[in-house]
Design a protein around this ligand. Structure first.
Ligand SMILES: C[S@@+](CC[C@H](N)C(=O)[O-])C[C@H]1O[C@@H](n2cnc3c(N)ncnc32)[C@H](O)[C@@H]1O
Length: 254
């Protein structure tokens, strides 16, 4: 697929998704309001990953591929000066409405993550969840390095693709909430090597090993037990991180 076709297909997919969501919010605007914990606890990696940004008070923070804009709102509530961008006009409209509904200031911009409309070194921190795996990492990596200020930190949470069984399930099975664009690719070690061309220090931490079963297991007690077991296993055998469902990547600009 050419770069233009990929962008067009991503845009159509996410705009269609945002249109459906907009219909719900038009009927029930109160659903745009949320408290921080609802976002921080919706996936196990979000809270620890956001903590890697440190204290963001007064910092210039970019929400990269912001989608619904919940992270942008949480960061603004923490005192950051937030700019949120997304390829999808529909999601940008939702992020703008969500910021207004929650009474925070977030600047929103429609843009392509591979060609950012920001000056060099504009941001102290960059946040992204489930976005880099939709992009050409060579282009996105160069742009990330360009717009991140020296000493800045970028944190991305991305589906991880080194578990062959999980890859087979992702491609071959249908399961609840499965919703993928045709071109997205979970990140792999080759992608991390590529990012290291722009950021020599890339840290990778895996999340959800056994507890990825939460996609089909609905018992909270079982999921909590699997989370606890994962924490113990990943601490004792870090090499198992490569088999996790998600990875949090921390990129530091020197
Ligand atoms: C799976 S969603 C994640 C959204 C949000 N970050 C979250 O935490 O839910 C992927 C997002 O990436 C956006 N996206 C895809 N390709 C993009 C690109 N080239 N530039 C900017 N955003 C892009 C989509 O429009 C969509 O909002």
């Amino acid at each position: 697929m050419s770069a233009t076709d990929r962008l067009r297909s991503e845009l159509a997919f996410h705009d269609a998704q945002a249109r459906e969501r907009a219909a719900t919010f038009a009927r029930e605007p109160g659903r745009l309001r949320f408290d921080d914990n609802a976002y921080l606890d919706h996936e196990t990696w979000i809270r620890p990953a956001l903590a890697c940004l440190g204290d963001v008070r007064g910092l210039r923070v970019l929400d990269y591929g912001c989608g619904h804009g919940m992270a942008a709102v949480v960061l603004a509530r923490r005192g950051a000066r937030v700019i949120a961008f997304d390829l999808s006009h529909g999601y940008i409209a939702e992020a703008r409405a969500r910021a207004a509904a929650n009474g925070v200031d977030v600047q929103t911009v429609q843009a392509d993550g591979e060609r950012l409309p920001f000056a060099d070194g504009t941001f102290d921190r960059i946040w992204g969840n489930a976005v880099l795996h939709h992009l050409d990492l060579r282009r996105a990596g160069a742009e990330l390095r360009r717009v991140l200020a020296p000493g800045g930190v970028a944190v991305f949470c991305e589906p991880w693709g080194e578990n062959p069984v999980l890859n087979w399930v992702r491609c071959g099975l249908t399961y609840p909430d499965k919703d993928r664009t045709p071109d997205e690719q979970p990140l792999r070690r080759t992608h991390v090597r590529l990012l290291r061309q722009f950021f020599p220090r890339v840290e990778v931490r895996g999340f959800q090993l056994l507890s990825m079963a939460r996609r089909v297991v609905r018992s909270r007690r079982v999921v909590a037990a699997l989370d606890a077991f994962d924490a113990m296993l990943l601490e004792r055998v870090p090499a198992l991180q490569q088999f996790c469902r998600y990875a949090v990547l921390t990129l530091r600009r020197q």
